[in-house]
Design a protein around this ligand. Sequence first.
Ligand code: MET
Ligand SMILES: [Zn+2]
Length: 745
Amino acid sequence: MKDTSALSTATLGYPRIGRNREMKKALENYWSDVITETTLKAISDSVLNDALTTQSAAPIDSIAVGDHTLYDHVLDWTLRFGCIPSRFQNLTPGLPTYFAMARGVDSAPALDMSKYFGTNYHYMVPELDQHITPTANFDDFLHQIHLAQNQLGSERVVPNVLGPVTYVHISRLSGIEPAQMLDKLLPLYTQLLNTLKSRNVPEVQIHEPALVLSEAASLRDLYQTAFASLAACQLPINLVTFFDDVHVDVFPWMCKLPGLSAISLDFTRGNNLVTLKKCGFPSSPRLGAGIVDGRSVWTDQVSGRTLLAAIKDIVGDNVKICVQPSCSLQYVPIDVDAESSLPEEIRPKLHFAVQKLKTVAEIAASPESTSSSELTGIVEEAVADALQESLFVRQPKFEERRPQQFTVPGGFGTTTIGSFSQTPEIRRLHTQHRKGTMSDEEYNARIDKELAYVIGIQEALGLDVFVHGEPERTDMVEYFGVKLSGFTFTTKGWVQSYGNRYVRPPIIYGDVTRTEAMTVREFKSAQSMTTKPVKGMLTAATTILNWSFPRKDISREQQAYQIGLALRQEVMDLEKAGCKIIQVDDPALREGLPLKRENWEEYLRWAVRAFRLSTSGVLPSTQIVTHLCYSDFEDILDAIDGMDADVLTIENSRSGDEMLVALAKYGYSRDIGPGVYDIHSPVVPKTATMASRIKLFKECGLASERIWVNPDCGLKTRKWKEVLPSLTNMVEAAKIARIEDTRTQ
Ligand code: MET
Ligand SMILES: [Zn+2]
């Protein structure tokens, strides 16, 4: 029984993938014609039913419904609004169009994917132009509401609606202003709210994460227009924000938006306590207190109660408080109890979605209880506490050390980014080795065979700098996580990255240290097979951190330095083993950027320092390469320069040559290997196309000897029959560039 001081509880969304990845399996079966649309939808409904049962049993009072999805909830809204780009309009309506927009078909490439507000979840970016006439079809959404109301009764079902301003803000608009687009959409939103009202929902959640962005203040007019329309429906609105605080310049007018019955704030990120202190909280709407961290895998019983006490201190007794997760729980795995091999000392400290729900319910039932023991502080000592400044600085400067390093005469050196085709045979080796059915000796011998194969191929192709191909790595982060101490792994802890792609992020639970060399054996083996230089290949600290669940008891900066220090030891060991060129990949560098621009500098400061910590101990003659991909880097050029790498290989082929122009304009003076072709496409690039791209690099003002020629990312996902002709053409293109270059000199 709840006592009288008990608080209400709510959720803001739940994992959609199913406890046993039912949705992934169903989708893939549907795509390969093993199951019908009816079966797919039945499976989807049963996954939703299970999610509702779990939330109801926690027990949670108000359950957010409507974010369950076959692929992506943002794409769902795009279809509900009928905002279908013209290239998809002649396809069969319904699922064929939906999945074509998600995954592309021959005649129409997919919508772009982008990270959802700095999470590792990717949404399908809506494309909105002036020709689009939105038309409403909310059937699938209303179906979810109906199903939930049948199961839970209508009082507990609160529709979860992606807010109109955020929807427009995260779309790609062409030929239309946000305000015009909003005007086109608002009638659909009011239609939806009116329908929901007629179905007896008590309230609706309008999710507006755009309110926490730096530019939120500039969206004020849009919000006022939008909420004037929504409020006219007279359905109570819970305005939901998450992932950061609402700035003090935004909070006062946000609170005055019409129609609000509740305002939900995330207290686990940013500083909403400060916002509340400075601005106060109005007495009438309820405060949805996001105090259980929906993006961490650690327990919240103590931190949640501490936050709640602090909130109550500020807002006083008159404000009604609802206890809730900070955001949808889709960013964490479903259930810790499904794990069988977590280290026993860690297990009680880990909470996934199911456990987070229970915490919400427990805190609401007994806010004051202090019975739970303090569960932070996993390892007392942080090894990276006292690092000397000299460890972050490479000597001598680039201009002085570069002449001592490997150079291809005439420039335009050819190389690749690291991985080669991960064939089914290679994956089988991993499985057998992991399961213990293949001994270490046998496994290493088989890996060496793969190394010999890729070395032979690179000789035949005539590349200048070789790689070992990474056949021993399942994943560029997991590989290092397994070898380093301080990481643990789940067996069923999947979270959705996009659509049917789920990942199991490693969990950092203690101090990270290196107990053994991690890459030296494979490097040595590969290098012994050729006289060409083979690159050492590591994943940078920031990328490892950004693709893992970090611990919460020490800062991310400290964790980055711990990993950075471990990598430094590896770099030094590679150098000792004769490695002349060491590549440290940092593709996720940009992913860690805070949502608010004013916080970027601080993050980039330590992210860059972590890279330098790993790489600055080498001899002047050792070449440090880095590789960046997956995103635009134009706005963090200072940071890239600050990494002080000798060579930068960078994804370039999809975004035109803007990146290069930006680098040239910036005055970036080190070696650059802009990707000459897009590895994400199975199309074999033409020699002439690549040759003219390389020419363009020169025209951007880069010196020939500073230019490297490489694909834009690793070739792991490409088949050999695509890799061989592509690289043959690439080497040929570099040759042409060299010849033309000597002619024009
Ligand atoms: C996502 S970046 C990948 C870099 C890695 N060295 C590879 O080639 O696969
Ligand atoms: Zn890459």
